[in-house]
Design a protein around this ligand. Structure first.
Ligand code: NAD
Ligand code: UDX
Length: 440
């Protein structure tokens, strides 16, 4: 099938590449000429495990191409995926300007039947707006070309995006037009594996499903974070509690890990956007307001522990930071808890020396000109002469460190662990003070 993907970010690039990998002829469009240049020169603009090799393989096979040429992109695909960003507006609602600009481009240039697929995370009712934007453009041109608008939200996780796309738990498609339904079934047939993964529904339900899923996951995390803080006060251990809770199959072990808050490009903005959608519909989603507030508190939980230990004035101190990305296996730092901690430490006069296996480049861009932040080439380099170590991202390479070496490097033998990476006995055996989340 001929497919166009509009927007070549995390979702667009992964979707386009995976769709090419099963034999489709995919053209990816972006307005960011630099991104397209990098891709056309054999590079890759993001870090995502397994993606680079897959991009190269499919480019070499002639099934995957990249362009900034809007007209050519619209002409190419019978299916036009819209995978552009939907960042939060000032009031928290999803900003649809990029989605609607993409839709207008389709309407401006299409000459034959198109299925326009909203893959971006968009509020309920967006498919209607996309349909109207295309209709307006067609009317201006005085043409009456048929088209369908479909909702197909994406559930991939950064860091496991290729695996998630190639082996999905579910593929949600909201479509009402039989011609579009047939095309979507054909498109996703290679991804069904041992049982049907495609869940067909109406467009509005599909749009809501995406927000509902992310909001539920964010709720679990905030609930566990609040419980962890309580466990600390009560002298209980949240890791035992988590184990005991998760063993109930109705609860399960996934997304039950307490930490220093959730970040990323999805949960924070999607929780806000769903709250906003509800408010517009005349309903207050009280739970989500609490989820958001709890996460805001949690992003500063390590600061609280550091201040409790070192006092409010941290001037003259240096903190080693392990992990900058909002989670492991990505270079994405959007809404990363590390940013909140670094901001707090700088505001209290401290310096930060940070290490991350892949996100340093992104952090250098974010903290450009910030004298209090420097970067280390290895976890151990980050420790030299630092007052203490704070761990923010659970990269695998942090899981089994040499605690004796850590102790010998730090001025004060203290670890603040925002991801509960260690059995507390291990750092303590090496003479380190250890402050995890929700544990004695
Ligand atoms: P991103 O910012 O990485 O990429 C968006 C891309 O769209 C950018 O490269 C931008 O230049 C391009 N773009 C903007 N307007 C354009 C236009 N008119 N024509 C062509 N290209 C255009 O965003 P992302 O993380 O890939 O997210 C995209 C959407 O998918 C969002 O709605 C997001 O909520 C959703 N989503 C993201 C993830 C994730 O893990 N990142 C997962 C599921 C869903
Ligand atoms: C999320 C959804 O999981 C995915 O389905 C959707 O398509 C996009 O949004 P992503 O943002 O890539 O994916 O990361 P995810 O693995 O969900 O983690 C989000 C945040 O929650 C991270 O900051 C992570 O550290 C945090 N988290 C996750 C916890 O604090 N505890 C957990 O148990 C799980």
């Amino acid at each position: 099938m001929k497919i166009t993907v509009i927007g070549t970010g995390y979702v667009g690039l992964v979707s386009g590449t995976c769709l090419a990998d099963v034999g489709n002829d995919v053209l990816c469009l972006d307005v960011d000429a630099n991104k397209i240049r990098i891709l056309n020169e054999g590079g890759i603009p993001i870090y995502e495990p397994g993606l680079e090799a897959m991009v190269k393989k499919n480019e070499a096979a002639g099934r995957l191409r990249f362009t900034t040429d809007i007209e050519a992109a619209v002409a190419h695909g019978a299916i036009q995926f819209i995978a552009v960003g939907t960042p939060p507006d000032e009031d928290g609602s999803a900003d649809l300007q990029y989605v609607l600009a993409a839709a207008r481009n389709v309407g401006r240039h299409m000459t034959d039947y198109k299925v326009v697929v909203d893959k971006s995370t968009v509020p309920v009712g967006t498919a209607d707006k996309v349909r109207a934007a295309i209709a307006e453009e067609l009317a201006q041109r005085g043409v009456d070309t048929p088209y369908s608008v479909v909702s197909n939200p994406e559930f991939l996780k950064e860091g496991a995006a290729v695996e998630d796309f190639m082996k999905p738990d579910r593929i949600v498609v909201g479509a009402e037009d039989p011609r579009a339904i047939d095309l979507m079934r054909e498109l996703y047939a290679p991804f069904q594996r041992n049982h049907e993964r495609l869940i067909m529904m109406d467009v509005r339900s599909a749009e809501l499903t995406k927000y509902a899923a992310n909001a539920m996951l964010a709720t679990r995390i905030s609930f566990m974070n609040e419980l962890a803080n309580l466990a600390e006060k009560l002298g209980a251990d949240i890791e035992h509690v988590r184990h005991g809770m998760g063993s109930d199959p109705r609860i399960g072990y996934h997304f039950l890990y307490p930490g220093c808050g959730y970040g990323g490009s999805c949960f924070p903005k999607d929780v806000q956007a769903l709250e906003r959608t509800a408010r517009e519909a005349g309903q207050e989603l009280k739970i989500l307001a609490a989820v958001e507030a709890a996460n805001e508190v949690q992003k500063h939980v390590l600061t609280g522990k550091i201040v409790q230990h070192f006092g409010a004035d941290l001037s003259g101190r240096t903190f080693a930071l392990w992990g900058l990305a909002f989670k492991p296996n990505t270079d994405d730092m959007r809404e990363a808890p590390s940013r909140a901690l670094i901001g707090d430490l700088l505001a209290r006069g401290a310096r930060v020396r940070a290490y991350d296996p892949v996100a340093i480049h992104e952090a250098q861009r974010i903290f450009e000109g910030e004298a209090g932040v420097e970067f280390a080439a290895s976890p151990m380099d980050a420790l030299a002469d630092a007052d203490a170590l704070a761990i923010v991202t659970e990269w695998k390479e942090f899981r089994s460190p040499d605690f004796d070496a850590i102790k010998s490097q730090l001025r004060h033998p203290v670890i603040f662990d925002g991801r509960n990476l260690y059995d507390p006995a291990h750092p303590r055996r090496a003479g380190l003070e250890y402050f995890p989340i929700g544990r004695k």
